[in-house]
Design a protein around this ligand. Structure first.
Ligand SMILES: [Zn+2]
Length: 106
């Protein structure tokens, strides 16, 4: 779990990209899309299963169940849903995992 600010900044950047390139859908359901993107933070609830709950030196990808590489397949599958909330939720989850993975190789 890298700095929460990095995750929030990446969510804001993703929302900017969505608004820029899928403007019609964003304008029609801005609240739902913003909620879907920020709901990706719920993936970090699996930290509650770890002891200690937060350890900056720990790699989330290898230790937390919702961050497990198998889950990446599921989250990537969400990207192919027609429903835009589900699709952008999947994109945000994959982005979250990529940032966490980068945190692991630092
Ligand atoms: Zn995480």
């Amino acid at each position: 779990m890298p700095n929460i600010a990095i995750h929030v900044a990446s969510n804001l950047a993703l929302l900017w990209i969505i608004r820029r390139f899928d403007r019609k859908a964003f304008d029609a359901d801005a609240q739902g899309i913003v909620l879907a993107v920020f709901a990706s933070h719920l993936i970090d609830l699996d930290h509650l299963l770890a002891d200690p709950i937060y350890d900056p030196a720990r790699c989330s990808i290898t230790t937390h169940p919702l961050h497990h590489p198998v889950m990446w397949v599921l989250y990537t599958g969400l990207i192919f849903f027609k429903n835009r909330r589900v699709r952008y939720f999947g994109v945000a989850l994959v982005l979250h995992l990529v940032l966490d993975a980068l945190w692991c190789i630092r």
